[in-house]
Design a protein. Sequence first.
Length: 640
Amino acid sequence: MIPDRISDPALTIALALAAGMLAQAVARHLRVPGIVVLLGAGVLLGPDGAAVIRPETLGRTLPMVVGFSVAVILFEGGMNLSLSRLRREARSIRQLVTLGALVTAAGGAASARLILGWSWTISILFGTLVIVTGPTVVTPLLRRLKVEARVATLLEAEGVLTDAVGAVIAVAALEIVMRPPGESIVLGALALLARFGVGIGIGVVGGAIVVALLKIPGIVPEGLENVLTLSLAIATFQVSNSVQPESGIVAAVVAGAAVGNVPTVALKDLRDFKEQLTVLLIGVLFVLLAADVRIVEVRALGLAGVATAAVLMFVVRPLNVAVGTWGCGLSFREKTFLSWIAPRGIVAAAVASLFGETLTAAGRPGGRLLPAMVFLVIAATVLWAGLTGGFIGRVLGLRRKSNSGYAILGANGLARELAGVLKDAGNEVVLIDANPDACADAEKTGFRVLFGSGISEAVLQRAMPDTRAGCVALTANDEVNLLFARKCRKEFRTPRAWVTLRRGQVSVSAKMVADAGAKMLFGKPRSVDFWTLALERGDTASESWVRVSAEPLPLADLGPDRRESGSLFLPLALIRGGTVSLIDEDTVFQEGDVLRALILRERRDAAAERLAEVGWREMDLPARGASDFCAGDSPASRNP
């Protein structure tokens, strides 16, 4: 007999929360997909293991917890859908979530019928359940695999959108199955259309309300933006469900996409909050739903169950991709990778649990086997994608290039100037800033910009610091600069990082920068605000000077260390042998080097005199990109 304290639903929720977070922490240390450890934790702590987590004690509370959690997770997934990226791959995404979904549903149903011997009714329900892939699994997996942007965009968008599409189709199929025999299937089809229509409509309204509240200054008191958005997201989900049952999933995705694609002052904090909350909810849901599946039921599926999962992975998924990307211009390599990666996630598990309860309550067959088979598919697809995805990505040549380009924290005028020098040299550059105006200015000048906090996990993942040649922190906030560099070096293993320090500041020392594995940009503290303002006013000229002296020159000897001379010029970058390098405290100039510097127009004569005095000569040809300065080709630029 189960002790009363073990049957306590509060204890089940508390232990599931703790187990979910601990499992994800272990998964990160082991560098394996989090769902693998979460499923294992659910089984080990559930009724078939230690029996300390017992989902059945939650009763009707479990579907409510699952529903609200899925709403928040999909709202966050919608926020991460960039409409500009989706437009570039609109046809592929549209076909994958429509034609591809139909192929998966048909293939899954046929597999269950022919291999498992299930009735067509249960087989069709199974086919609709495995339509989804799932952003809760796909997105972390892609972060680890580091594949090219086009493939990643397709998989992420497919995961978010098919979660909504697949869940609604599956619920509509269940509704048709549960109808009395004499009722028309047309009624079920109309209910399906109604769910999409109501979900999209209420999602647009809910998202618009959130955006309006966040954009109008003073409406929402400071500090309440995140919890207000959370409450409205859940309300949007539940209102949609109340108007049309099971349409809330669509509403959550649509509302999230609306909020995520309209820049607001609170958006960066909102993304951070939703990211943390999503991690928590994913953990508790997977643990609870895994504990709710009995091992004996999974074993009862036998080799037929394994064969069904294999057919889904190696036959149905390639057919899905072939049909879903027909005529979209994808290469064979890209289609192969898309066919390889199709892990199922939390929505499949949640809807399967709902199906099991509904069928069992109605006395229909398949109430326990259906969730068990979906559990097996989730485990098989996640393990396969997680263990072999990196290998197949390398074989197909779809892994992102390593040691390529720079991520710059800051989109202010000085950051844009430095980014321009790097970009002219053929480097890919991405700027990160939480200031909407700075982001807009940077985009107008042709830079790729990420709006958000530079220390946010989600923003950093999009900046891809793990494949960059270096990361540069160039804001007027020394503490944020240091945190950015530290995260890039320690968590993403970026080879090099540079930190800008303000002149006269005392909060961050040179030792702290060195301890973070970074260098001090420009070699010593500088006034970022001063040079940014000078650039905005047009008070500076970007010039190139070549070193004509054979004597090596440390950066410290470039100019007298006096405050007034510090405003003569700012050394931006060094060009040596056709390669651009950033300037830091270890820089030593050699004969033939080209110095790119910002020079104050009103003090240009004094700056030129100082540079000539220490062995530099102004280059008198029009400015060119650093890639033009090949060996033996030293002329270049002055660009007023």
